[in-house]
Write a protein that binds this ligand. Structure first.
Ligand code: QV4
Ligand code: CA
Length: 551
């Protein structure tokens, strides 16, 4: 989508230019008599196209390249965040928590994971009702920030959830008899007769058949092979597409046959033409955890769209923590050479809502906000590097209780009131969040690296430098340059940046304000080199400069 739009802008720009040149040529060639009459008309045309050309040249709509997961946020807060923060800072979109009706879990008390236990496809959840959802989608789209929905379509609630009117909107269900009348689904729509394991749960991940046909953590498993199940899921997704959502994260995709996802996707509408060009298809990214060596591989899902690359955060965390003797210098070949999937298929992230609290996969190497110094470096490296489509995690604080490596509070839900309603995201005078919302996406360094990625979009890495250890630097062809020092030694080096000569403002230590820089100034000499110094004990031991931060 984004690429298409910028291509279109480029083509329009080129057409404007060609037309303007043609007008000028005609005017020059005209005999004086005709010239007088035709002149005014041509000059008018010239002016019109001149305007269009100027707009193309000096005010291109900037590309937006990153999305943020506003985990457990309320729709009314997301609408505000789109308008007051995400749009002005160049974010492309938001991944929202599952918007459909889920099981209300009272023990433990209102865990975040209750939202991964659907009861119906009504747009009604702790984040808000359908009206609030519509208002959010409209307001975010109006400022160019798109909404990506976490679609939980592999299963309904846990098989042991009992029965009653405990859907968050009061819908009735009976988990034991597989009855979900608010969809409706009945026992025929579930895999119980097809799953071959004794417990009915997935028992062995190296058997791809049970991974798809049996229950993930006891969650009653839908048969997406059935036409009526496919239609119900597509109807749910189309409802949101018509409201204006731009795409979906397909939860637990590993547990759905790729061809069944394909069949569901083929039933989806084009995006709403109020905001999207005619014929636009939803952006799809499938949650498949493939750390290598498993029976189900990410590549099985490529033909359906993007796939989450879980190796990314696990391996980057290992490098920055300096485990197994790994060094930042090794990142010279970061990307497919690290057996990551092809860049144009990968959704990448440092951590997600599961592995930041020990769920899902990734293990101990995953960096999170609990380790802010390395975390800022990891997210900044991700945003500086061209590989993949980037997603930023935005978390809430919870009282961690780690014993023998396990967090006993891994279930704790979002900041909430005694009645279970989610607390608003308040914004402090300095721009950070209150009420226990962590808001990593509002951390200064992360915000500015989101801009960096937009500025250098499409440019390959053209210069790479490292000290064979934990100091690295690279250029994004003529547009930006970054330097990281994760070493125990200070960094002081004259490096070829490839940038046009001049004085640049480091966006990490400060920012450009008018013609001034509030941070470190970097002077790029006529031969493109610049001197960088980074203390190994600095809170943010990295520097980033780009052409829009040139003084
Ligand atoms: C319990 C027992 C089971 C028993 C079952 C019987 O533990 O042994 O079979 O009861 O009913 C919760 C509880 C879990 C409980 C289950 C059913 O944690 O103990 O089972 O509910 O009541 C999230 C949480 C899960 C949670 C689930 C549903 O992480 O803990 O389960 O929501 O509330 C794999 C998958 C990958 C998945 C990842 C976590 O391949 O797809 O595990 N990631 C996604 C989401 C994730 C979500 C789900 C999938 C499920 O990102 O957040 O799980 O929708 O790697
Ligand atoms: Ca399944």
């Amino acid at each position: 989508m984004l690429r298409m739009r910028s291509d279109l802008r480029c083509i329009t720009g080129k057409l404007c230019f060609a037309f303007q040149q043609e007008c000028k040529r005609l005017l020059r060639r005209m005999p004086p008599s005709v010239k007088d009459n035709m002149r005014n008309l041509l000059l008018l045309l010239l002016a019109a196209f001149g305007l269009c050309w100027t707009q193309y040249k000096s005010n291109p709509k900037p590309v937006r390249t990153s999305i943020v997961h506003l985990f457990e946020w309320r729709w009314i807060d997301i609408a505000l965040e789109c308008e007051r923060y995400l749009a002005p800072n160049g974010f492309a979109g938001v991944q929202v928590s599952p918007p459909n009706e889920n099981l209300v879990v009272m023990s433990p008390w209102r865990p975040w994971w209750e939202r991964y236990q659907p009861i119906s496809y009504k747009l009604c959840s702790r984040s808000g009702n359908e009206n609030e959802f519509r208002d959010m989608v409209t307001r975010c789209n109006n400022v160019g920030v798109h909404i990506y929905v976490d679609a939980v379509i592999n299963h309904m609630c846990g098989s042991g959830a009992g029965s009653g009117y405990h859907g968050i909107c009061g819908s009735y269900f009976n988990a034991g008899s597989r009855d979900f009348p608010a969809v409706p689904y009945s026992s025929y729509d579930f895999n119980d007769r097809i799953c071959q394991t004794a417990s009915g749960d997935i028992e062995n991940y190296s058997d791809p058949i049970q991974v798809r046909n049996c229950r993930l953590s006891g969650l009653v498993d839908l048969t997406q092979r059935r036409e009526d199940v496919r239609s119900k899921i597509a109807e749910y997704m189309n409802h949101m597409i018509d409201i204006g959502v731009a795409g979906f994260r397909i939860d637990a995709s590993k547990h759905i046959w790729p061809m069944d996802i394909n069949a569901i996707l083929s039933k989806l509408n084009n995006l709403n033409t109020r905001w999207f060009t005619k014929g636009s298809r939803p952006f799809i990214y499938q949650e498949v955890i493939d750390l290598g060596g498993e029976a189900v591989r990410s590549s099985e899902y490529f033909r359906n769209g993007h796939v989450t690359e879980f190796k990314y955060g696990a391996q980057l965390g290992t490098v920055l923590r300096k485990w197994n003797g790994e060094k930042m210098a090794d990142l010279k070949s970061w990307g497919e050479n690290w057996s990551l999937m092809p860049s144009d298929k990968a959704v990448v992230f440092v951590d997600n809502h599961d592995n930041q609290r020990g769920h899902g996969a990734g293990g101990a190497s995953i960096l999170t906000f609990w380790n802010p110094r390395l975390y800022k470096m990891a997210v900044s490296f991700m945003l500086a590097h061209p590989y993949g489509f980037t997603r930023i995690m935005s978390s809430y604080w919870w009282p961690r209780d780690i014993q023998n490596g396990k967090d006993f509070n891994d279930w704790v839900g979002p900041p909430s009131n005694v009645d279970g309603s989610i607390k608003p995201v308040t914004i402090n005078p300095n721009g950070t969040c209150g009420n226990d919302w962590v808001c990593e996406h509002r951390w200064d360094q992360i915000r500015k690296m989101v801009t960096f990625r937009n500025v250098v979009y499409g440019q390959p890495i053209t210069q790479w430098w490292d000290n064979s250890n934990h100091q690295v630097a690279f250029e994004r062809d003529g547009k930006g340059f970054v330097v990281f020092n994760n070493d125990d030694r200070n960094l002081s080096a004259v490096l070829p940046t490839g940038l046009p000569p001049g004085v640049y403002c480091d966006i990490i230590s400060g920012q450009k304000e008018g013609s001034l820089c509030t941070g470190i100034q970097i002077r790029v000499a006529t031969n493109g080199t610049a001197h960088f110094q980074i203390n190994s004990r600095a809170e943010d031991p990295f520097i980033a400069i780009h052409v829009e931060a040139k003084l």
